[in-house]
Design a protein around this ligand. Structure first.
Ligand code: FAD
Length: 332
């Protein structure tokens, strides 16, 4: 197949209330590297209402171009309307590569767009590179239960598309005043054309710190024995002003909800301090927290694999150690 009409790297820019999500800024950083290697432009696609001014932010974070759909029909994210805009834009300008955050919106939109284009989608990527000669995107992700890294290529079709996990790529330092080209697009779409309607937005009421934004995470595993035992993790997190994380087994036991799960099928986190209590350190957990700046593990089994990853390890019973730590932290 001839791909000479396909050119440039694109990032789908996610925004909420006029603020660009961190993962989109990270993808602009990753996209910039890919674009430089290919000697092509980096563009962001911004869809929403009253969002044109965000173009200047994406230029500061490395984009050369912004494709903007600023229409009231895009006030709220809906798969159908956003998909129609992105499809139209893709068919018109033919990018070589499109990157999305592996967020609920990014995953939803990317898969919807991929089904309508003659191409595939690599989901949940954690490493990106490009082969300079062939232009092939090298999108890598953990496979076979996290035991190997698989690099997935899209040889026969364009664009090459991937969703990318938050916190694994680095945003560039913003260059104030850096400029780019804004291309304003408009799609002929009426409210009646869209089958979903947004009736009400109910904001989450929880005041707890989100694990993907926390500087300190206290995470608990099956070693805490029960939902009551897991309370120890919540208490220590409260004392330290941190967020609560968990292993998958804990989530499956119903001790805490899935947004708190750290790991391959949960969230990837990079806090300043990660305290793992009663977590064995299975590879699927480790891939989600191994880049934390300081990892402290508490486990009663001196052979637990978590001790191969942590910076400081305490061998002992969590029910003895954690109360002692809390006393110390409270008086510190
Ligand atoms: P266990 O492995 O049972 O470990 C409990 C630990 O607690 C042990 O090391 C024990 O020594 C210690 N302990 C017991 N009592 C005490 C005590 N009183 N004080 C101190 N320590 C104590 N897992 C994830 O976490 N995240 C994922 O995203 C994820 N994705 C997966 C995806 C796939 C495809 C698969 C196959 C698995 C996935 N898993 C994931 C599951 C993973 O393989 C492990 O099963 C899981 O992480 C184990 O959870 P755990 O460490 O809480 O429990």
């Amino acid at each position: 197949m001839d791909f000479k009409d396909y050119n440039g790297v694109w990032v789908f820019i996610e925004e909420k209330d006029g603020v660009i999500s961190q993962v989109s800024l990270e993808l602009l950083g990753a996209g910039r590297k890919l674009a430089d290697k290919r000697g092509v432009e980096l563009a962001g696609v911004i869809i929403g209402e009253n969002i044109k001014q965000l173009s200047h932010t994406i230029f500061e974070y490395g984009a050369d171009k912004a494709y903007v759909y600023d229409q009231s029909i895009f006030k709220h994210y809906r798969t159908e309307s956003y998909m129609r805009a992105l499809l139209e834009c893709t068919n018109k300008y033919k990018p070589e590569i499109i990157l999305f955050g592996a967020t609920s919106t990014g995953k939803d939109l990317a898969s919807a767009v991929a089904t309508d284009l003659p191409t595939g989608l690599t989901a949940d990527t954690t490493e990106l590179d490009v082969d300079e000669e062939t232009g092939l995107l090298l999108a890598s992700r953990p496979a076979f239960g996290g035991n190997i890294m698989a690099t997935i290529l899209c040889k026969k079709y364009r664009p090459q598309m991937a969703t990318v996990r938050a916190k694994v790529m680095k945003a560039l330092d913003p260059q104030s005043g850096r400029r780019g080209t804004i291309i304003e697009e408009e799609i002929q779409l009426k409210e009646d054309d869209i089958r979903t309607k947004v009736l009400e937005i109910v904001e989450a009421t929880t005041k707890k710190v989100r694990i993907d934004e926390a500087d300190i995470i206290v995470a608990g595993g099956k070693g805490l024995g029960s939902s009551e035992g897991f309370h120890l993790v919540r208490e220590l997190a409260d004392v330290l002003g941190g967020a609560v994380g968990a292993s998958r087994d804990v989530v499956e036991a119903g001790w805490i909800e899935h947004p708190h799960q750290v790991g391959q099928t949960g969230v990837t986190v990079t806090p300043k301090i990660y305290i793992a209590i009663g977590i064995s350190g299975a590879i699927q957990h480790i891939v989600g927290m191994k880049n934390s700046s300081l990892i402290i593990a508490i486990n009663k089994d001196p052979e637990a694999p978590i001790f191969n990853t942590c910076h400081y390890g305490i061998v002992g019973d969590a029910f003895e150690i954690v109360p002692l730590l809390m006393d110390q932290f409270k008086t510190a």
